[in-house]
Design a protein around this ligand. Sequence first.
Ligand SMILES: Cc1cc2nc3c(=O)[nH]c(=O)nc-3n(C[C@H](O)[C@H](O)[C@H](O)COP(=O)(O)OP(=O)(O)OC[C@H]3O[C@@H](n4cnc5c(N)ncnc54)[C@H](O)[C@@H]3O)c2cc1C
Length: 385
Amino acid sequence: MIRDREKLDRLLNEVHQWVREVAHPNEDLVAAGDLVPDAIVKDMAERGFFGWSIPVEYGGLGLTTEELVLAALELSQCAVAFRARVGTNTGIGSEALVADGTEEQKKRFLPRLASGEATGCLALTEENAGSEASAIETSAILEGDEYILNGSKRYITNAPIADMFTVFARTDPDSKGSRGISAFLIERDTPGLSTSAPYKMMGQSGSPVGEVYFENCRVSKENLIGGKEGLGFKTAMKVLNKQRIHLSALCTGPAIRMLDMAMDHASTRKQFGKPIIDFQLVAALLADCQTEIQVAKSMVLETARARDEGKDIALEASISKYYASEMCGRVADRCVQVFGGAGFVADHSSIERYYRDIRLFRLYEGTSQMHQLNIARQMQRRRAS
Ligand SMILES: Cc1cc2nc3c(=O)[nH]c(=O)nc-3n(C[C@H](O)[C@H](O)[C@H](O)COP(=O)(O)OP(=O)(O)OC[C@H]3O[C@@H](n4cnc5c(N)ncnc54)[C@H](O)[C@@H]3O)c2cc1C
């Protein structure tokens, strides 16, 4: 749903320009320093990039899903680190509060996330709970007016720099699976909460990912999201269903950028006396990329519109995430091929960095295999109804 075409076009144009004037020229700097510099973070915050999906009454832009997807398609046409820096606030780091927080919790936390003053993150994954997210073991036991949390989380995007943590923990110690899990909003300075240094990773330099530890971490009852125990897994699923659509767009943007770079290269690189784009085998690689990008874009926009209309999109969101993340991998591979040796040599092009950066897309927020299983399950469910 697009509410005000003119206003949205202004935002999309601003992001389009920002990506080309600020992000592209700073990609090497971010990769070398493994950090998005403060000045760029401040710039993104002042432009409101952190608050896209947070409702207007809490200081955000309140974009609809379709508007968010269009903005994400623009912002992600650069190194992943830029959009990952704001992406937890526009996605998984705020959505649990937006979806299920009490009015008091929304008023207390969302304005700081919307302005970028605070960075959010979502801490679900644990050592023994990856694809099987409902197997979490972190416990939260009520003592008086406080919950005492013990356990640890791993692979948490922005954990090393986050100020606010959406944390899933088991409030019913006797429960198994998705029951007995609750969601909490925990602030960085809470005694008993600590984080690791950022991991060394295959790609996405400048996007810190790490672990979160809880050692008798005391959290007020007021930080239980929604104020009721046992609803945490439902909250997580709401967050992830929306995030799958958001992430599908974030997988498509880098594919658009890689294809742009490959088109430039294929038009200027000459062999056998002519630009390599004039060879039909090279043109076919580029055409296949464009075709798949178009499919992903259409699919994610249709799914976003369906969500805005209140339709059940569990199947479509999973299909979009599965297709867009796999598509981005195929596009990266073809683009490296178009670059030839320059596709492998980092001194000659940045396509190899994109190739490494985007590998994560098929692993997080549901691996491709988990989405295949979910798609089949949702198909059965729909047939049965
Ligand atoms: C850089 C990074 C950032 C991340 N950010 C976050 C974050 O911000 N917050 C958060 O909570 N988590 C985050 N994650 C965690 C991510 O969502 C998990 O890594 C992912 O869900 C997979 O879990 P796992 O790594 O334990 O793999 P596993 O679950 O151990 O899977 C290993 C392999 O087995 C396959 N497999 C497992 N079960 C099945 C099955 N039933 N059928 C078929 N195949 C199966 C998987 O597809 C995969 O190929 C992040 C991970 C990374 C690497």
